[in-house]
Design a protein around this ligand. Sequence first.
Ligand code: 6GU
Length: 225
Amino acid sequence: MRIDIITVLPEMLDGFINTSILARAQKKGLVEIHLHNLRDYTTDKHRRVDDYPFGGAAGMVMQCQPIDACITALKAERDYDEVIFTTPDGEQFNQPMANALSMLNNVIILCGHYKGIDYRIREHLITKEVSIGDFVLTGGELAAAVMADAMVRLVPGVLSDEQSALSDSFQDNLLAAPVYTRPADYKGWRVPDVLLSGHEAKIKEWELSQSLERTRRLRPDLLGE
Ligand code: 6GU
């Protein structure tokens, strides 16, 4: 899978995509993540990528030209499955969407900024508009990071233990069961006895009952309740 992220703040994403699991996934050759500085594509001599909105509304609007130039240059190199725009009025990102996107070969993520982008970009070049929740961020960079992280960890081979992606909260609409590590007794805070019993069937049963109990208590909506 290849992800191309178009942004006016590549430095904001550089550390993130080159750290930890995302860095290892790229070193292993399982994914490629490329950052593109939108300012490198403007024909404006002052490197501006935004302008005042027609109609006199507040705030600046990202212009068509640099975005079109960047996306067109990328599309000349390969076919893209989706051209995603991050925006608070987009479709809500969730685990099923992460699962579907993780199976694609080539994806562009355009990070929104300022008051918005010229709507013609959304009409003519964007294939999918995505929000990461009902709150407003100053820019789409954090949303792009969230999406890239959720997608990349699902690519086969990225996580050392394949099971660990399958047993995530939300993969089966259940919250994950609690986990513990050594020591079994820390300042009198004890790990549940069943986990120390070595009885695999009993442990599975306990984990499922914990998952159900936590989901019912914390996220009854996931159970349709
Ligand atoms: Cl994708 N962008 C911005 N700017 N704010 C958001 C968002 C995206 N998702 C939730 N809030």
